[in-house]
Design a protein around this ligand. Structure first.
Ligand SMILES: Cc1cc2nc3c(=O)[nH]c(=O)nc-3n(C[C@H](O)[C@H](O)[C@H](O)COP(=O)(O)OP(=O)(O)OC[C@H]3O[C@@H](n4cnc5c(N)ncnc54)[C@H](O)[C@@H]3O)c2cc1C
Length: 409
């Protein structure tokens, strides 16, 4: 099946085409990117009436450089969206460069195609609508009401997968530049390269890093700053200029680097809205898929009568909290890196390039949000070379299924 044909090609409807939209659903998912689609996918075949809304069409606005461990693409059934695969990482500092041979491969993918693949496995309905926040509930049946630019929608189970703004929270004053947010900006020139590259260089950013993620016929060149006050536009352009690449097709966003509550006021949060993006690396795609899938399974349990909303909230919050110490450690390292004197960076990078250390640290890093376990079917699937992602695999506390059991559309 051509994956692209399942995503509407038209741009987001505007003006008079944006007809009123009101109603009640079993599950309302706000945000149709990685986290929201992962929740919806996990609900497929449950019989729940699921509505997913986003201000843009599915896959219309790329939100990242779209890099992810290859094993995640493979076991989540998303490998078709892969653009390029890397088995090493080239790290540059002002005092030298070092190539790290990775114990597992990393891939870049096409955002639109990946969203299409996720959506192909969903049996939810989709509407474009801009979420404004919570609305007063109409009756006392426990439903949560959400105000959108097309009307009020309600459901007993509501998910905020809207990204860092966390629109459906009660308003905890989480605004840049004072909030724990990093900022990232990239350009997407045409071109190709064999190298996945990172720059730790204060010429580009005092606290953070620059990157070049090739994706077959396009490069994603950007700079991320852990300090929200540092503006990354000029240095993103400087990096592109240094690489003799065009400064075209900009995309950027705030990136939360601290976990937030998993549930609040009856609403469930997943992905950037829950602070699921990893500090230090700003890797937030696989974590959005990982926590989104876990949440989807809990909501499925509610719809199928195996648990109540409060129990699902407690279980999901417990799962989220059990990862807190890992995020805390990543944040500690994030805060430490800018304090290292620049002249020590080169020797340190060389020292840490020791194969045993790289294998050990990358294996632990992957285990923060490990890939879904492969089904027996997938283990036998021909045509894609199978490789263990690390020697002694450790399963997640809530195993992630590789795809939902319901029908494709
Ligand atoms: C420049 C940059 C590069 C990055 N590169 C990588 C990378 O290579 N790998 C990686 O793992 N992570 C990367 N990240 C981080 C990653 O993009 C995020 O962590 C990830 O997108 C989080 O997924 P999400 O589904 O929670 O939120 P998002 O992907 O941000 O999706 C939120 C969705 O909500 C919708 N939305 C927002 N507000 C509203 C509203 N009011 N009404 C309706 N809809 C709304 C948006 O349209 C969007 O579809 C990068 C981030 C940046 C900024």
């Amino acid at each position: 099946m051509d994956t692209l044909c399942v995503v509407p090609a038209r741009a987001t409807t505007r003006g008079e085409d944006r007809t009123p939209l009101e109603g009640s659903y079993d599950v309302l998912i706000c945000g149709a990117s990685f986290a929201g689609l992962a929740v919806a996918r996990e609900l497929t075949g449950s019989g729940a009436d699921v509505l997913i809304v986003d201000r843009y069409e599915i896959g219309e606005r790329q939100t990242s450089a779209c890099g992810i461990p290859t094993e995640w693409l493979r076991t989540a059934g998303l490998l078709e969206a892969e653009r390029q695969r890397f088995d090493s990482l080239l790290i540059h500092t002002p005092h030298g460069s070092r190539r790290y041979e990775l114990p597992w491969t990393f891939s870049t993918f096409d955002y639109r195609e990946l969203c299409a693949l996720l959506w192909r496995d969903c049996d939810a309905r989709f509407e474009t609508a801009k979420v404004n926040g919570r609305a007063a509930a109409a009756n006392g049946d426990g439903a949560i009401a959400v105000d959108t630019d097309r009307g009020v929608l309600s459901a007993p189970l509501v998910v905020d997968a809207l990204g860092w703004r966390r629109m459906l929270a009660s308003g905890d004053g989480f605004q840049p530049p004072d909030a724990p947010l990093s900022r990232g900006l990239e350009v997407h020139p045409d071109g190709s390269s064999e190298n996945l590259e990172i720059w730790i260089d204060r010429r580009y950013v005092p606290a953070g890093y620059g990157w070049s993620f090739p994706a077959r016929d396009e490069l994603r060149i950007g700079v991320g700053s852990f300090d929200p006050r540092f503006h990354v536009r000029k240095t993103t352009e400087l990096l592109a200029e240094d690489l003799e690449r065009d400064r075209v097709r900009y995309q950027g966003n705030w990136i939360p680097h601290k976990l937030r509550q998993a549930t609040e006021g009856g609403v469930f949060f997943a992905g950037d809205s829950a602070g699921h993006c990893l500090p230090l690396t700003a890797e937030g795609i696989r974590t959005a898929l990982y926590f989104g899938s876990a949440l989807g399974r809990e909501l499925r349990g509610v719809h199928e009568g195996r648990q109540g909303r409060d129990e699902a909230a407690a279980r999901y919050a417990g799962f989220h909290d059990s990862h807190e110490w890992k995020f805390r450690w990543m944040l500690r390292v994030q805060r430490l890196v800018p304090r290292i004197p620049p002249r020590l960076l080169g020797p340190l990078i060389r020292l840490l390039g020791n194969k045993r250390f790289v294998d050990w640290s990358f294996a632990h890093y992957l285990r923060i949000a490990p890939p879904p376990e492969r089904s027996a079917d997938e283990q036998d699937r021909p045509g894609d070379e199978q490789q263990p992602y690390f020697a002694s695999s450790q399963s997640s506390p809530t195993p992630i299924s590789t795809s939902s059991g319901g029908s494709s559309r």
